[in-house]
Design a protein around this ligand. Sequence first.
Ligand SMILES: Nc1ncnc2c1ncn2[C@@H]1O[C@H](COP(=O)(O)OS(=O)(=O)O)[C@@H](OP(=O)(O)O)[C@H]1O
Ligand SMILES: Nc1ncnc2c1ncn2[C@@H]1O[C@H](COP(=O)(O)OP(=O)(O)O)[C@@H](O)[C@H]1O
Length: 272
Amino acid sequence: MAASLSAPPALPRASPAAARVRTAGAVRVRTAAAALGGGYGGGMEQFHREDPRSPVSVENPENPVMSNIGKSTNILWHNCPVGQSDRQKLLGQKGCVVWITGLSGSGKSTLACALSRELHCRGHLTYVLDGDNLRHGLNRDLSFKAEDRAENIRRVGEVAKLFADAGIICIASLISPYRRDRDACRALLPDSKFIEVFMDLPLKICEARDPKGLYKLARTGKIKGFTGIDDPYEPPVNGEIVIKMKDGECPSPKAMAKQVLCYLEENGYLHA
Ligand SMILES: Nc1ncnc2c1ncn2[C@@H]1O[C@H](COP(=O)(O)OS(=O)(=O)O)[C@@H](OP(=O)(O)O)[C@H]1O
Ligand SMILES: Nc1ncnc2c1ncn2[C@@H]1O[C@H](COP(=O)(O)OP(=O)(O)O)[C@@H](O)[C@H]1O
């Protein structure tokens, strides 16, 4: 239906790909103006996809769909002939994200490592994305104020999604204190590929552990905005897995890992 359409009058700084498709005379473009609701007039709006993030299948190379996403203009989704299901078959598992959330000191990293080890021993490919570690590199420009935590979680959600797409069991271990940010990650991973694990341990226990001495610093005002002390933690409402105390005891790292492992087994993630 777009074959009769011509390119909009002033396509801002066309990429080589855009130039290529324009000379083919069959351009469908979602412009920055259109993205803002202005459009180019002439019915360009009709070519918007409902979800500009969803992959564009370039089934008809004569008629590709150009998109503007965020600050990226004139971009085109390229499909690869080897897909997620091919990689999953190769690995004998389903790519997914095990998202571990909870207070500092609740045992997120301990569970992430124990789970990764258990899965590895059973021949499964995993990768751990640990909040502390990522803040040494990818997220080193981010602080602990709310908008930076949100950006932290957004980036890790996107990276985790790539790992899951690669067929890997990605274990993300971050405080991720705000429900909205975690839910946004869940939305990135449909088909139950986002498994939220809540470390439901009382603040008192986490604070007593205080392996890095951060709670002490927060209590004396030397760290501001510390989660659980003077910054909020919003527990999951409908998470898949809850790790909690039993008879006043915290389950051992192995027991916590087993709980998650059973979930993965029972829900078919450990088979392609
Ligand atoms: N203000 C404040 N609040 C919470 N945590 C703090 C803060 N400052 C430093 N730290 C240390 O940073 C680790 C948490 O990083 P995350 O990336 O997981 O945090 S978040 O998800 O963006 O909230 C966290 O690591 P864990 O103890 O492993 O959770 C802390 O060691
Ligand atoms: N299940 C557990 N039983 C006993 N101690 C634990 C358990 N999980 C973690 N710990 C201890 O608690 C402290 C905090 O654990 P950690 O995994 O670093 O938490 P987080 O990543 O949530 O900050 C560490 O000293 C760790 O050894």
